[in-house]
Design a binder for this molecule. Structure first.
Ligand code: ATP
Ligand code: MG
Length: 660
């Protein structure tokens, strides 16, 4: 990519590891406490993966039958498998072994939608509930290998449902409870689920959500489902289909409180899960038991530097992979106390996260750039004055984080004394793959820094498919060798798996993202390869132009896309939202244009800047640039799959904004 504009030699500020983290009087000693130690461990993990992951799998997981082979298969043949011969049950690893040793330790802190509602569940209680539900599912005819759909609000019963499925070897397919009836139906049909687990209603931001009604609408057109198990969350009147619908509490009352965990091979499926759909139709990604669980546990241990008495809080929804790995499987495998948050960052006020941290003395806090930008936009007064001193590690995931938002998170939330981990990964990778380690890696705002153990990232030339060597380079991001928690297939569609990830660059796993490796070897994920803009032969990344815009004091969020241009090939269009109380001052567009010219260069001058009230986003909060691209290029009569769009009602106003 020699025509790529070289911004990788720019000097970015470096934040050393906060000294407090390395002071044993103040913090537990990090598992990896120097860059040299990280380097040595990483080298072993990619050069001797059998040794490294063989040891780690025995350290972090309990196997009912030991594995003999650590690794098998290749990207070329699409048959990657780990820990062959090994048998283990994910639920046993997450619940039983901790309940047996330490039954009174709190496993789940449920912070309800209303801030005065807190429910704590110990490992001992969790084991009983999970066993009962496992027996309920068995009584409904669910057997090892049957898929179960879960469509639930953020309540402990959702976690119990995942774990009960894992216990009996029934792969779960969690569908984010914000999805419409159509999206739910498609996913239930795709997985041929026999049982759906749901609730009467959800509660979010003080409002009731008609969860069961949506399930009924979805199931009106699917014949595979024989039972719907309904947890009573609010007690409101709901529609009922006799013979199909069952009350959770009635069935649980009948069930025995012990159920033996099913023996599962390491490569038996643990779950399927659909991607966010930022780039197209969601893919039903399939993860298996041993490798996935190891990836989830290892990343909580090393990236969040999890220690025995920590309180771990991931703010994602359980309907996304981040919720699977960092609310449920990662923390519970390590026997941690994990926080389950039912509400929103702004209910009842934008101080909710910070009150939550102070109240539960949270040590690790994990959220997304979209939430960080939204809270930054609302002003510092909401975060100031809360006791956030328990925090050691604060994390971000989901999109590139603009340096401006990173700085705010570091200063206002971390108070400059926490490790900030910008973690890069995907539904398909199962767990984090590029990230800082708290005690070992100095950070640069906006860079996910270095590969995690077992990850061998490369930048490829998109035209030749050849590896680009050295530093100060840009290309498409791929991974050179298999790692334990990678997805094994797309459910019922192995050829789509091969076409999407393994065939574009034979011998590599293709992420679909573009990235740079700067002069110090730090990785910067620049955004989707499809979103790269080519202006007069200059290849520009969306994230860089967006970050330049967000640097302006009036701007809350920016999305940049390429429009067709007869002269330059493509031209830059920017959609910008302003902070509240900022007037659309005259000349603002001009100021923003100058800002981009100054920071990146005149070739990056936006052709049009639109001030908008919001961006089209996925239900997980990511900006869907492909929709903006279609609008700008007058292709909005064929927007493609919009089922994962959070608020379709903003589309007409965007069209008016662009086309008048
Ligand atoms: P689909 O694959 O259906 O288009 P999606 O890619 O948004 O949806 P996810 O698996 O939830 O679904 O998201 C993974 C993507 O999110 C990555 O490929 C990357 O583009 C982006 N991403 C996640 N974390 C980071 C990060 N820390 N920095 C930059 N980008 C990130
Ligand atoms: Mg993706």
């Amino acid at each position: 990519m020699s025509d790529q504009v070289d911004t990788t030699s720019r000097v970015d500020p470096i934040h050393p590891v906060p000294s407090r983290l390395l002071d044993s009087a103040q913090c537990p000693t990090p598992f990896v406490s120097s860059f040299d130690q990280y380097k040595a461990m990483w080298k072993e993990s990619v050069e001797q993966p059998d040794k490294f992951f063989g040891n780690l799998a025995n350290e972090l997981l309990t196997w009912s039958k030991p594995f003999e082979t650590v690794r098998h298969g290749s990207f070329e043949s699409g048959d990657v498998a780990w820990f062959l011969e090994g048998e283990l049950n994910a639920c046993y690893n997450c619940v039983d072994r901790h309940a047996l040793k330490n039954p009174n330790k709190v496993a789940i802190i449920h912070e309800g939608d209303e801030p005065d509602y807190v429910r704590k569940i110990t490992y001992g209680e969790l084991l009983q509930e999970v066993c009962k539900l496992a027996n309920v599912l068995k009584a409904q005819g669910v057997k090892k290998g049957d898929n179960v759909a879960i469509y639930m609000p953020m309540i402990p019963e959702a976690m119990i449902a995942l774990l009960a499925c894992a216990r009996i070897g029934a792969p779960h397919s969690v569908i984010f409870a914000g999805f419409s009836a159509e999206s739910l139906r498609d996913r239930v049909v795709d997985a041929s689920a026999k049982v759906v687990i749901t609730a009467d209603e959800g509660r979010r931001g003080g409002k009731n959500i008609a969860t069961k009604r949506i399930v009924d609408d979805a199931l009106a057109q699917c014949s595979t489902v024989s039972s719907v198990l309904v947890y009573r969350r609010t007690g409101s009147e709901i529609p009922w289909t006799a013979g199909r619908d069952l009350w959770w509490h009635e069935e649980m009352d009948k069930a025995r409180a012990y159920c033996a965990p099913e023996r599962m091979n390491a490569e038996d499926p643990l779950f399927l899960l659909y991607t966010s759909g930022s780039t197209g139709t969601p893919k039903g990604v399939l993860h298996t038991t041993g490798g996935y669980l190891l990836g989830a546990a290892a990343t909580v241990k090393y990236i969040f530097d999890y220690h025995e008495d920590d309180i771990f809080a991931c703010m994602a929804d359980i309907g996304w992979v981040t919720g699977h790995s960092y609310i449920v499987y990662g923390p519970l495998t390590l026997g941690a106390t994990t926080v389950l948050f039912e509400s929103t960052p702004t209910y009842p006020t934008p101080a909710r996260f910070w009150e939550l941290i102070a109240k539960h003395k949270i040590t690790q806090f994990y959220t997304a750039p979209t939430a960080i930008r939204a809270l930054r936009r609302l002003g510092d007064k909401w975060v100031d004055g809360h006791d956030l001193s328990s925090l050691r590690v604060i994390g971000s995931v989901g999109e590139p984080i603009n340096p401006e938002a990173w700085d705010w998170y570091n200063e206002k939330v971390g108070k400059g004394r926490c490790a900030v981990v910008d973690t890069y990964w995907q539904t398909e990778t199962g767990s984090i793959i590029i990230t800082p380690l708290p005690g070992a890696i100095a950070t640069k705002p906006g860079s996910a820094t270095f590969p995690f153990f077992g990850i061998n990232p490369v930048l490829l030339d998109p035209n030749t498919g050849k590896e680009i060597e050295g530093n100060g380079v840009t290309g498409v991001l791929a991974v050179k060798q298999p790692w334990p928690s990678m997805a094994r297939t797309v459910y019922n569609n192995h050829s789509r798996f091969l076409e999407t990830y393994l065939k574009p660059y034979p011998g590599y796993y293709f992420t679909g993202d573009g990235a740079s490796r700067d002069i110090d070897g730090y990785y910067w994920v620049r955004g989707r390869v499809d979103d790269v803009i080519n202006v007069s032969g200059h290849r520009l990344s969306t994230s860089e132009i967006e970050s330049a815009l967000v640097l302006h004091h009036s701007v809350a969020e920016a999305a940049v896309i390429g429009g067709h241009d007869d002269l330059t090939g493509q031209c830059i269009h920017a959609f910008v939202t302003l902070k509240p109380n900022v007037e659309e001052a005259e000349g603002l567009e001009k100021e923003l244009t100058l800002q981009v010219r100054k920071i990146i260069g005149p070739f990056a001058t936006p052709k049009r800047i639109y001030l908008v009230s919001d961006h089209p986003k996925t239900r997980s909060g990511k900006i869907m640039r492909r929709i903006l691209r279609k609008i700008v290029n007058s292709e909005h009569h064929e927007l493609g799959d919009t089922s994962t769009l959070a608020d379709p009602s903003i589309i007409p106003s965007l069209i008016t904004k662009v086309h008048g």
